[in-house]
Unconditional design. Structure first.
Length: 239
């Protein structure tokens, strides 16, 4: 079964735009679980422009499903946060400082030594590690050499080609990367720009994907369709 982890960053973005605590990010995490999500994802950034470090600790207190913290592990503040919060999974993303959103995976060959050392830090703390990679065979092979437990395929390229009507061309590199990951014994996650339109086709072609992390599209849909209903609609695409 492919798990759905709901990224609740956008709740924090809306809250921070006005100040105060509306919407309540912790309640958003609680409700995601009540409404059927298999996990909750947060992506705190150094400037705390959406999810704050306090949010991470507050969510940790109430989590009953899987907790996934994404972020740039080159920031020591992020490393310390993850080690203190002890989520089920940490997803390492090569974000630049002040980057609006993630836009590429790790070069797992160039950064092999660094990734190997930081992955060992998290794994020694009992935290499962996933690293963000592009759908490139060499990057998947490089990821396996770092000791990571999983990779997360960065799916923006898939989403763009799918939207342009090029479904087969969109999915082909992802199938190849996913098959290589399976061959190498890596767990498989996917995320970024997956939505109600393209998610089922992705799952249909890569049925062994362990988890998808979806935030922006899901929250946008929830504005029109309702939070509970939207989570269930996304779950249905994964069946």
């Amino acid at each position: 079964m492919t798990k759905l982890s709901v990224n609740i960053n956008k709740f924090a973005t809306l809250r921070n735009a006005r100040g105060g605590n509306n919407p309540d990010v912790v309640k958003a995490a609680i409700d995601a679980q009540l409404f059927g999500a298999d996990g909750v994802t947060v992506h705190p950034r150094p400037d705390e422009r959406h999810i704050t470090y306090k949010d991470v600790y507050d969510i940790k207190k109430i989590i009953t499903t899987e907790f996934n913290i994404e972020g740039n592990c080159t920031e020591q503040k992020f490393v310390d946060l993850v080690l203190a919060a002890k989520p089920h999974q940490v997803t390492l993303v090569p974000d630049a400082l002040n980057q609006i959103t993630s836009n590429h995976g790790w070069n797992t060959i160039e950064h092999k030594d660094y990734l190997s050392s930081i992955i060992a830090v998290f794994k020694n703390a009992g935290i499962r590690v996933s690293i963000f990679v592009d759908p490139v065979i060499e990057m998947v092979e490089g990821a396996a050499a770092t000791g990571t437990d999983r990779i997360e395929l960065y799916t923006e390229a898939y989403a763009k080609k799918y939207a342009a009507g090029e479904k087969q061309q969109a999915i082909e590199p992802y199938i190849a990367a996913a098959e290589k990951a399976k061959q190498l014994g890596l767990g498989l996650n996917a995320g970024h720009d997956l939505d109600l339109h393209n998610l089922h086709y992705f799952k249909q072609n890569i049925p062994w994907v362990d988890e998808v992390s979806i935030g922006h599209a899901l929250i946008c849909d929830a504005i029109y369709l309702g939070y509970q209903n939207t989570i269930q609609l996304y779950k249905r695409q994964l069946q």
